[in-house]
Write a protein that binds this ligand. Structure first.
Ligand code: SAM
Length: 276
């Protein structure tokens, strides 16, 4: 393995700071710095960028981001046991790293960006990953405070994010992501790349904002996707009954006998506007 910095190998970092992985915090660590560099490179050129990383853990991805030239890196970690290892990294790259100890779900990311778009990069904890993504997809102001999202998910979640209509994976996440972003799976990462290995394959997803997504209220789009996919095997006239059923579908010009997974993102937007 080639060196990317003069800091100790990650296995030694885990041993020194007694960082045994905690399942409740979704801790599956990446210890191969070549792999973490590959993930960081997926975010594009980092030279001079402000990057925000959620869940740095012992800092494998953190070190990759810094080695690739990020000018500023804000890291948000919930597990206080990781802070000494992260402080060592911050000391190695003086003036470039800001450490926030706490729950990323409570962080105001727009305020962190402070008017200059950030690149968000993370090997996300599985238990809060989807909620964080939804929060990043639904800010009131668009284009958003981030310029790219480069995120590791369980492969099954990644497939839902990039899913097209007609696919078994297509649902609420695919509509929200497809509405506001161009999303693609960059590459898969096998379980054995992690310590400890999870049960399933993971995938790195890259999302960039669409500059002019269809104008529709995010809350209305959430409502129709939740109702439609909540009963995905039923015809829309049945699954959307609580939102107006046939009359809503008529206003939107959509056949009431269709099922949720056949509707394009544009048709979901039309439905959401008709809800208004
Ligand atoms: N980035 C490291 C890596 O790739 O080796 C660790 C990834 S591990 C999958 C997820 C990390 O997120 C853990 O370090 C965990 O403590 C942290 N974490 C879990 N829940 C969090 C939350 N709500 N806010 C911030 N960090 C969290």
């Amino acid at each position: 393995m080639s060196q990317i910095d003069d800091l100790p190998p990650l296995r030694a970092v885990l041993a020194t700071h007694e960082l045994n992985a905690k399942k409740a915090l979704g801790q599956n660590f990446l210890l191969d710095l070549n792999l973490t560099q590959k993930i960081a490179r997926t975010a594009g050129n980092l030279e001079g960028a402000h990057v925000v990383e959620v869940g740095p853990g012992p800092g494998g991805l953190t070190r990759a981001i810094l080695s690739l030239g990020a000018e500023r890196l804000t890291i948000i970690e919930r597990d206080p046991r990781c802070l000494p290892a992260l402080t060592e990294i911050a000391d190695h790259y003086p003036g470039r790293v800001e450490i926030i100890e706490g729950d990323a779900l409570k962080v105001d990311f727009a305020a962190l960006a402070a008017g200059r778009p950030v690149k968000l990069i993370a090997n996300l904890p599985y238990n809060v990953g989807t909620q964080l993504l939804v929060n990043w997809l639904l800010p009131g102001k668009w284009p958003p405070y981030w310029e790219t999202l480069t995120l590791m998910f369980q492969k099954e979640v990644a497939q839902r994010i990039v899913a097209d209509p007609g696919s078994n994976h297509y649902g609420r996440l695919g509509v929200l992501a497809g509405w506001r972003t161009e999303a693609r799976i960059a590459f898969d990462v096998p379980p054995q790349a992690f310590t400890p290995p999870p049960k399933v394959t993971s995938s790195v997803v890259h999302l960039s904002p669409r500059l002019a997504p269809l104008a529709v209220e995010a809350a209305a789009l959430e409502k129709v996707t939740q109702a439609a996919f909540g009963q995905r095997r039923k015809m829309l006239r049945q699954s959307l009954k609580g939102l107006g059923g046939e009359s809503l579908l008529e206003r939107a010009g959509i056949e009431p006998t269709r099922r949720a997974e056949t509707l394009s993102v544009e048709e979901f937007c039309t439905l959401a506007s008709a809800l208004g």
